[in-house]
Design a protein around this ligand. Structure first.
Ligand SMILES: Cc1cc2nc3c(=O)[nH]c(=O)nc-3n(C[C@H](O)[C@H](O)[C@H](O)COP(=O)(O)OP(=O)(O)OC[C@H]3O[C@@H](n4cnc5c(N)ncnc54)[C@H](O)[C@@H]3O)c2cc1C
Length: 233
């Protein structure tokens, strides 16, 4: 028995609509998978300290802190690779490279931070979010971005930032971004030497912590601190 033409045409249309919907669903899944709460650009003293503090908010029965998505991009050219540290409080003298590895291990032990060895080339505001693109063309969405890429230069495209001379550095040619309380634009932060701090591990790490606590406080909707106490014996 032959189907009336109109039923056949309807079925073809239905098939096409289903196909489009399945493409849309796959697209939505991909976008959701690539959407982060915080993207950190740079894995040196300031970026890693920011990461560690963000992660340390988890596992405390703070509902707002759980299931957050964090990612850090790094090209592994931290100044710490060249340093031998004798003036970091509480730390035995050690190579900066060794300290980097220790902090990376602390981050790994907390869990919950994706780390990609990739250069970020573009950060652009798209509505309420930031679009972050890497040199290999991968694109990520994030609510917050923390720029921790050091003071040797700033070539990330897409954002309206004021790059000025870093007057805290005794060496010429070092740069910093203009900011107010580390915020360059809404939910876009700068830390470390790129924020104009003097080039010392503790100052730069401290700025990473400040910004992490600011972001966590915005998640929580109130001011927070993260303090631990010794376990009772
Ligand atoms: C020779 C030397 C000796 C030093 N000795 C001491 C000392 O004794 N005591 C002390 O306290 N401090 C010392 N320092 C200073 C200390 O190393 C720096 O202050 C500190 O590393 C700065 O931290 P930062 O996070 O601003 O930048 P960095 O630690 O330099 O980290 C920046 C990171 O961002 C990454 N990056 C850059 N651009 C991108 C991008 N587009 N995408 C992704 N990643 C990117 C880089 O690869 C790098 O890993 C020394 C530094 C040097 C060079």
């Amino acid at each position: 028995m032959t189907q009336p033409r109109s039923i056949f045409a309807f079925r073809v249309k239905l098939y096409k609509v289903q196909k489009v919907l399945s493409y849309v669903a796959v697209f939505c899944i991909i976008v959701k998978a690539m959407k982060y709460d915080v993207v950190i650009v740079g894995g040196g003293a300031s970026g890693l300290s920011c990461a560690l503090t963000l992660l340390s908010s988890q596992g405390r029965n703070w509902e707002w802190a759980e299931n957050r998505k964090y990612i850090l991009f790094d090209t592994d050219h931290s100044d710490l690779n060249k340093a031998f540290l004798k003036n970091v409080p509480g730390i035995e003298p050690m190579a900066g490279r060794e300290l980097l590895q220790k902090v990376r291990k602390q981050i790994q032990d907390w869990g919950g931070m994706e780390i990609l060895q990739e250069e970020v080339t573009r950060v652009e505001k798209k509505g309420e979010h930031y679009e972050v693109e890497t040199a290999s063309g991968k694109v990520f969405l994030s609510d917050y971005v923390v720029l921790a890429s050091g003071f040797h230069g700033f070539s990330i495209k897409g954002i309206n930032v004021e790059v000025v001379e870093n007057t805290k550095s005794p060496k010429p040619g070092r740069v910093m971004l203009k900011h107010k309380d580390y915020e360059v634009d809404k939910n876009l932060f700068v830390v470390g030497t790129l924020a104009g701090l003097s080039s010392h591990f503790t100052s730069c790490a401290g700025s990473g912590v400040e910004v992490a606590i600011e972001i966590l406080s915005r998640f929580a909707g109130k001011r927070i601190v993260i303090h631990d106490v010794p376990e009772k014996s």
